[in-house]
Design a protein around this ligand. Structure first.
Ligand code: GSH
Length: 212
């Protein structure tokens, strides 16, 4: 367990924040919550930029230090509290899981980020169509990987890092009305994961400020 208390800056509906909240819940690590309202542009407040110059969530503060980027945060949590393990012992399988996560964290999520779609259009339906298009396209290789690796969850029958990245992305796919009948394995894993306690605890509807 960490000696200092972890502080988490996050937004209830942010998929990247959900990844970190889920890892914290799985590893039983308590944290102090600092909601940052992205719709009120609080991520651009000077006070927050002093914590995280990238002006994005999530970010954690631990003692005198701050750490951004969900993958780096989760891998640090994994080293701090190795159980339950989010990555398997086999080095090649770990690399495959990281590859899967990166398809989502680099290939899908950034294209649908608020600052990207806000620059593209101010029209709500145009923005939704943009998200729908890129999430749909990005899920094609994800579903192909699931065909090879999935069991009850993305990689086999245990929750791994891969699920922490997949499930929040599928939540957003539903939000933007992606046709999930095209991605049956992703949908099955999503439904199963939502029933697990740690995933639910970290889910958007259980966060401060949630409006759904
Ligand atoms: N690569 C970063 C991405 C962080 C990110 O894009 N966060 C979004 C919410 S999911 C955000 O803060 N968006 C605010 C904005 O676009 O201004 C991570 O994995 O933590």
């Amino acid at each position: 367990m960490p000696e200092a208390k972890i502080e988490l800056f996050h937004y209830w509906r942010s998929s990247c924040s959900w990844r970190v909240r889920w890892a914290l819940a799985l590893k039983g690590i308590a944290y102090k919550s600092h909601p940052i309202n992205l719709l009120k542009n609080e991520q651009s407040d000077l006070s927050y930029l002093k914590v995280n110059p990238s002006g994005q969530v999530p970010c954690i503060v631990y003692g005198d230090n701050a750490l951004s980027e969900s993958l780096a945060i989760i891998e640090w949590l994994e080293e701090l509290n190795p159980e339950p393990a989010l990555l398997p012992k086999d080095a090649w399988r770990r690399a495959e899981i990281r590859s899967f996560c990166t398809m989502i964290s680099s290939g899908i999520q950034p294209i649908a980020n608020l600052r990207v779609i806000g620059h593209y259009s101010t029209d709500a339906e145009q923005k939704a169509e943009w998200n729908r298009h890129f999430i749909d396209e990005g899920l094609i290789p994800v579903e192909t990987m699931l065909r090879k690796y999935s069991g009850n969850f993305s990689f086999g029958d245990d929750i791994t890092l891969a699920d922490l990245f997949l499930i929040p992305q599928i939540y957003n796919a539903h939000r933007f009305k992606v046709d999930m009948s095209r991605f049956p394995l992703a949908q099955q894993v999503y439904e199963r994961a939502l029933k697990t306690a740690a995933c639910d605890e970290a889910a958007p509807h259980n966060q401060p400020g949630a409006t759904v």
